[in-house]
Design a protein around this ligand. Structure first.
Ligand SMILES: [Zn+2]
Length: 229
């Protein structure tokens, strides 16, 4: 289970957060899909939507820059300046730096979602929380859309059921590699589409190890990185 990136929000998966996303998905999926297909139809050649991201940003005249952001914030959008800022130290913040590219795509798409959905800057409270749910769902739908998943052998096997957890994870790895998203992202997307039941796959296994030799090894790797060894 190497190469697994953990987003801050994913350390403690909560059922209520899942229900919010599910509600948002059922309410808005058709509108989101239409927006996304429109963005994709004018893009250069791509196999999965993540590959079209750079071109879409260009088309929308949104610039991507690196910037020092507050801790735990990996990207943000400046609506006025039409700029998406990505944390300069993104890689150092991840437990598994090899997943940086996938986390980057997720983070940038999330900010793109705020733009497409015309969310306004500077709001707080319930409205902002709803917007975060919307942007998150939009991102799952964009990077791992159901219309690309539907009918695939991995999905059919999961729908049929009776798979061991190991086999199920292997299929999820295949899909996440194909889409260029993290495994936890893929699991979340499949939960949203009702292919996986929420929380059935063990999240702790994909999180930073808490004790034992795995943790020691992890910390050692971290400290090596810190000194550039
Ligand atoms: Zn957001």
């Amino acid at each position: 289970m190497k190469n697994q990136a953990i987003l801050p929000s994913e350390i403690k998966p909560s059922l209520s957060a899942f229900r919010n996303r599910q509600g948002c998905y059922h309410k808005h999926r058709h509108r989101y899909q239409l927006q996304q297909l429109e963005l994709l139809q004018n893009s250069e050649k791509w196999d999965v939507p993540g590959q079209a991201l750079a071109h879409i940003l260009q088309t929308l005249d949104l610039r991507l820059v690196q910037s020092y952001l507050p801790p735990d914030r990996w990207a943000e959008i400046d609506f006025e300046a039409r700029v998406i800022r990505v944390a300069t130290d993104l890689e150092a913040q991840l437990h598994h730096p090899s997943a940086t590219q996938r986390v980057l795509i997720d983070s940038v798409t999330h900010e793109l979602a705020h733009w497409v959905l015309k969310h306004k800057p500077g709001r707080d409270g319930v409205q902002k929380a709803n917007w975060e749910v919307e942007a998150t769902v939009w991102t799952y739908q964009f990077l791992a859309p159901w219309w690309l998943l539907d009918g695939r052998s991995e999905i059919r096997a999961m729908q049929k059921g009776g798979l061991t957890e190991r086999k199920q994870l292997a299929l999820i790895y295949e899909l996440s590699d194909w889409f260029g998203v993290t495994r936890s992202f893929m699991i979340r997307a499949l939960e949203l589409y009702g292919i996986l039941e929420f929380g059935v796959l063990e999240y702790r296994k994909t999180a930073r190890p808490r004790s034992g030799p795995e943790l020691v090894k992890h910390l050692l790797e971290d400290s090596r990185r810190a000194v550039g060894a």
